[in-house]
Design a protein around this ligand. Structure first.
Ligand SMILES: Nc1ncnc2c1ncn2[C@@H]1O[C@H](COP(=O)(O)OP(=O)(O)OP(=O)(O)O)[C@@H](O)[C@H]1O
Ligand SMILES: [Mg+2]
Length: 255
């Protein structure tokens, strides 16, 4: 019996001039599942995620959300469907502090006239934000400075906490631990498990095969702009994943 995907991409093509970044890529996410998306540098992972997140549009191909065809003009279209993304370049507003980044575009306003005049529930936002960041292992010590002045790892933790706070259906994490230390990486892997426990689908892009095997249910392997294999994490190995990435196992499908 096949499980209905909550989100699916079929036959996605994306060209940048003469570069064929995606050459008919398929992808599917099941509800409450952790999927890993792996592949060598330039395989097309980030391009696919940007399209699934509404940040880029394909030249051709289709997206289906909860079984319905959709088109996404921008990331807000995706967010309105409960789809959140940590982009590889993080996409933070450097002049704002961590909490302001977390609530960017979704500020909690005071009730009534004050809210309509633009007054925000600052203390409530600060409290909820602080808890979310602390959940990740307290990487963020300074909640009031602009994130542009923070370390790569702190900025990464802020982007992950923000996406986790708002995701309702699917969260894409494009190399969320690339800049993190050991403790913070463990914090993100734990967070992925907690998000999954809430029934939210997680898509993790990572070059760390041990991390991929540790947290994911299925692994999607991309090579040269296409998904070339889907493997069940519990039945595969680092060796098999590397084989798939380099082309030795093209076409193998998970049950
Ligand atoms: N905006 C762009 N303009 C031109 N070429 C692009 C652009 N974005 C991606 N590409 C090209 O598309 C291909 C796929 O890139 P993509 O970033 O999707 O790979 P990736 O699998 O995420 O790699 P990595 O593991 O290095 O992050 C690469 O050849 C890249 O140079
Ligand atoms: Mg990438």
């Amino acid at each position: 019996m096949s499980i209905e995907p909550i989100y699916e991409a079929r036959n996605i093509v994306r060209n940048f001039g003469s570069v064929q970044a995606l050459q008919g890529a398929n992808f599917d996410v099941r509800p409450g599942e952790v999927s890993a998306l792996i592949g060598d540098n330039g395989a097309g992972k980030s391009t696919l995620v940007r399209i699934l997140a509404g940040a880029d549009q394909p030249n051709s191909g289709e997206l289906f959300f909860q079984g319905q065809p959709i088109s996404l003009g921008n990331p807000t279209d995706a967010r309105s469907r409960g789809i959140e993304t940590v982009f590889q370049d993080l996409a933070l507003a450097n002049h704002l502090d961590p909490i302001q980044n977390m609530y960017l575009g979704r500020e909690l306003m005071k009730p009534g006239l004050l809210g309509r005049m633009g007054f925000m529930q600052t203390s409530e936002m600060r409290e909820v934000g602080r808890v979310a960041f602390n959940d990740l292992g307290a990487t963020v010590r300074n909640f009031t400075g602009p994130v542009g002045g923070m370390s790569g790892g702190q900025r990464q933790a802020i982007a992950v906490a923000r996406a986790a706070a708002w995701a309702k259906n699917v969260i894409f994490l494009d190399e969320p631990t690339a800049a993190l230390g050991v403790v913070q990486t463990k914090g993100v892997l734990d967070l992925i498990r907690r998000i999954k426990d809430k029934g939210i689908a997680v898509v993790l892009i990572s070059h760390s095969m041990p991390h991929v095997l540790e947290v994911s249910d299925r692994v999607h392997v991309m090579r040269q702009g296409k998904r070339v294999a889907v493997l069940n994490s519990k039945d595969t190995s680092v060796e098999e994943l590397v084989g798939a990435m380099t082309g030795a196992l093209d076409g193998k499908e998970a049950a």
